[in-house]
Design a binder for this molecule. Structure first.
Ligand code: ARG
Length: 463
């Protein structure tokens, strides 16, 4: 069968060129959105009298049959159809004859493809938002359960100051909160209806764009037809948001990998997220966390791919844009699944108290509080810092802790130790004292959790 656009052509495309040119292999995923867009277009053509009532009814009825047949797996697509838009139109005409040929009145594939993609985008990103919201709920719950549990806080991968597990989890919560806000923002800008833009300059028919906007559930019609058929910003913004969020996923995954390592043993990742080694019988590898870290790479690739596709393309439509779909599909699938898997992995993770305590005992994590205590007793902080630095050096040379030092040892470092008292440097005391806004004290983490809950409730209500 010749192509739908075949009027001015004499030769058919060679098979491998047709294969190269076609997007049906991947854009068939848009069939539901394509049919929704076409049904709304047909309803509008009927309402405005551009086609007759009878033609409109026939088109809409047949589109629904086609939808069912595709869903039931009764349809095989072929590359000669080129893309999902022409495949559906071809099936429509095969079923209802001339009325089917009228569907494309006042429409181009250039606005049609954008309707499909935007509808798909709005639906899929809503599902991702839902996954992110559920992840946040798990983080809040987990943080609440572990508000008091101590763990090592690092800087430069060196023991720094003790924190609580709840506090650490709430840091992740903030990261995903920003991801949610970013995604909501992207969706707000994407929520526009391009239908009625035509090939690039609008149409001479008396179409009603407000009607199709309403029928398709978009916020407003796009303002400028040329921009509407050329714009892929919202996909790029989405890919940027996905890349940032996957970077967060990857950082958490990395912490899980090393927390779970034989060296740290802070956590036990649940068996359901680990695999064995084909050779080493003792192994229990954190494959899923590693894969989450690895999946981040492909989403970065998706972003860079589309930025590069769009760069330097003139207005308006160019076939280059067909390359927008695969990166978008890939990022949608990868981001959505990663969030779901990460959530379950976090939910089932167990903290290993004894092992964490063993780590808390080393690294002089009370040093800052030691210096702060001297400062409170009148020694300028820079001097306190230096004094405690020397105390640490002495302890290190003896392989002991602060509490093992004798009064004479301290006096040898600074004679002012005659009148200075050394505070409670227990890890618990240190954590409890960090009550500053945003600090790690359990009371402050409780406040952070409450604020987080209120925010999350607001987001859920707005969805
Ligand atoms: N398959 C095309 C795409 O994915 C649809 C739009 C084609 N428009 C055109 N004028 N060739 O973007």
């Amino acid at each position: 069968m010749p192509n739908l656009w075949g009027g001015r052509f004499e030769d058919e495309m060679a098979a491998e060129v047709a294969e190269f040119n076609a997007s049906i292999g991947f854009d068939k995923r848009l069939y539901g959105c394509d049919i929704d867009g076409s049904a709304a277009h047909a309803a509008m053509l009927r309402e405005t009298g551009i086609i007759t009532n009878d033609e409109g009814d026939k088109i809409i009825g047949a589109l629904e049959e086609i939808r069912r047949d595709i869903a039931d797996g009764k349809i095989t697509f072929n590359v000669r159809q080129e893309d999902i838009h022409m495949a559906v139109e071809e099936m429509l005409t095969a079923r209802i004859g001339d009325a089917g040929k009228k569907l494309h009145t006042a429409r181009s594939r250039n606005d049609q493809v954008q309707v499909d993609v935007r509808l798909f985008f709005m639906r899929e990103t809503e599902a991702i938002l839902e996954e992110l919201i559920q992840l946040e709920a798990v983080l809040l719950e987990h943080a609440d359960d572990n508000r008091e549990e101590l763990i090592v806080g690092f800087t430069h991968m060196q023991h720094a100051q003790p924190v609580t597990v709840g506090f650490h989890l709430m840091a992740y919560f903030q990261m995903f909160r920003r991801d949610i806000e970013r995604l909501i923002d992207v969706r707000r800008r994407a929520d526009k209806n391009p239908l009625g833009s035509g090939a690039l300059s609008g149409t001479t028919y008396p179409i009603d764009r407000d009607m199709t906007t309403r029928l398709l559930g978009f916020g407003a019609p796009t303002e400028n037809a040329m921009d509407a058929v050329s714009d892929r910003d919202y996909i790029i913004e989405f890919l940027a948001a996905a890349a940032i969020s996957m970077m967060h996923v990857s950082r958490i995954a990395e912490e899980f990998v090393y927390w779970n390592s034989s060296e740290f043993k802070f956590i036990a990742i649940d068996d359901a997220f680990c695999t064995g080694s084909s050779m080493m019988p003792q192994k229990r590898n954190p494959d899923v966390a590693e894969l989450l870290r690895g999946k981040t790479g492909r989403v970065y690739g998706d972003l860079v791919a589309l930025l590069t596709v769009m760069k330097g393309t003139p207005l308006s439509f160019n076939k280059d844009f067909q390359e927008d779909k695969e990166p978008m599909f890939d990022a949608i699938d990868t981001w959505k699944t990663s969030i779901k898997i990460l959530r379950e992995m976090i939910r089932k993770t167990r903290y290993r108290r004894d092992e964490i305590d063993r780590h808390l005992a080393v690294g002089f994590m009370g040093a800052t509080d030691f210096a702060d205590a001297l400062t409170r007793q009148g020694i300028p902080f820079r001097e306190s810092h230096n004094i405690v630095g020397r105390v640490v050096k002495l302890c290190e040379s003896r392989g002991c802790d602060f509490k093992d030092l004798k009064k004479d040892d301290l006096l040898a470092i600074d004679p002012r130790f005659e009148r200075l008292t050394i505070p409670d440097l227990s890890m618990r005391g240190i954590v409890n004292a960090r009550k500053s806004f945003g600090g790690t004290a359990p009371s402050e983490v409780e406040r952070q959790i409450k604020t987080g809950q209120t925010w999350l409730e607001g987001i859920k209500r707005a969805q």
